[in-house]
Every structure is written in C-alpha cells, then in structure tokens.
Design a protein around this ligand. Sequence first.
Ligand SMILES: [Fe+2]
Length: 290
Amino acid sequence: MAPPTTPSPRSAPYYYFLAVIPVLLGALFLARPDALFSSSDNATNPAAAAAAATGPHSLPALPYAYDALEPHFDKETMEIHHGRHHQTYVNNLNAALQQLSWQSQEGGAAGSSEQQQLLSVLSADELVQNLDKVPAPQRTAVRNSAGGHANHGFFWRGLKKGTKLGEAGRGGEEEEKGGSPLRTAIETTFGSVEAFQAQFEKAAATVFGSGWAWLVSDEGALKIVTTANQDSPLMGVDVAGCSGTPIIGLDAWEHAYYLKFQNRRPDYIKAFWGVVNWDEASRLYNALAI
Ligand SMILES: [Fe+2]
C-alpha cells in the first residue's frame, strides 16, 4: 500500500503567490487608473514609462486649472489626460530623438548627426510637417509621439469656457460691422453654425477607433476632416489622408472622455461646444487670412 502523500514544502509559497496576484493587479489599477482606458496609446508602454522626460521637448503647462472646464470636461480626466497621456507623448518623442542621436553616432541607419541635430531643434508642429526627413527606423515613433505632442498642445489651447463665435475679429471693415471672419466663413461654407456643428459632431462620432476631428483651413477653404491615431492634417494628405491648418481640433480617443462619459462619445462631443475657445479659433483663422 502506498504511503499517504504529504504536501510538498513548495506548495505554500506557490499558493501564496497565486493569492497575491489579484492584489498586485488591484494596486496597479489604483495607482494607474489610465491603464484602464488606454488600450492602444503609449500611456502604459513600459519603455515610455521608463523614459525620462529629458530632451528638447517638455510638457506645456495648461493655461488654466484642471477644473476650469467643469462641468463640461471634468477635473480628473483633465489631470490624467494632460499629466499622464500628454506627458507620455513628450517622453516618447524625447526617447525617439535620443535614439536617433545614438544611431547617428554609431553610423547606423538613422542618418547623419547633422540631420539628427536639425530634427532636435524642430518644434512638434515642425516635426510632423517634416516626417520625410526622419530616418525610417524612427519615423513611426516620431509620427506617433510628435503627433501626440502637437495635437494635445493644440487641443489645450483650443479649450476655454465662455467664449463665443463672433466676439473676436481681426479688425478692419468686417469687424467694424460687427461680424467675425470665421463666423462668416463657417456660415458660407456649411450654411449655418448649427449645420457646421452637426457635421462636425457626425465626423467626430464616426472616427473609428482612436483619432481626431478637425476644422481646417485648406488653402483658404474650410473643411471638416478626421485623422487616425495621432496623425495631424499638418502631416499632409500622403501621410494623414487630409491636409490643412487646424482651426478647431477634438480628441476622439477614449482616454479623453471615458472617465466621465464611458462609451457615450456623442455626449462628450456635445460637451465640447461648451469649452471651444472661439477666440483662439478666430485668431488662428484670422492669422491665415493676413
Ligand atoms: Fe488625448
């Protein structure tokens, strides 16, 4: 008769380890709530998290407090969106530029050190307009991270409560008549401001997956376009599928709205109209017209 089996001395630590796993996962989600809402961006990329925020790019301070856009955009989402997601794009961009530097020093495929130096002094907006100058091994990383940095910087500047379309003008004859060049252009192009908003809402709501909706001025013509991921109309039609200079931009990634709106993206888009900085949109449009 076989002797009765006795528990292996290794069993206790093994089961203890199994029991601890859920606790560790819970702690991770408490410490990093954005991990729940960023399935495909870089906020949870370990390499990105490890990358120090050193380099030519840094996170721009918001021109308002995190709770300044309440009740339309909530404070917690703004904190995570700006402080973690945007910061990660900045970190990843600096890391990509650093890799370019190392590879150029080693004589690899990342281009000359002069080329790397030139890229390191470009702003995020300039980088996304010069992706063809970025060596192929780093092009996708720069496209995503510089795009994310440029797009979010644009997004923050374009948010403010209490502005109205028509209050800001570029001066001159049209403003003296009480009109706004941007309002006039929107009404001429789309029929009315309400019709423009409806068309913009539809475009933003139908962005598949993650991306952006934009009002752009494309060689003087106002257009509503969308881009995937962190692409920008500034990248041009060959890269982004559209072109133009952004006047208004709306982040349609889940991380921009999930905490407050869950899967109700249309409600988030409606809330956007309460925080569009029409003064900034008018300033951008007027600057193009000069
Ligand atoms: Fe975002």
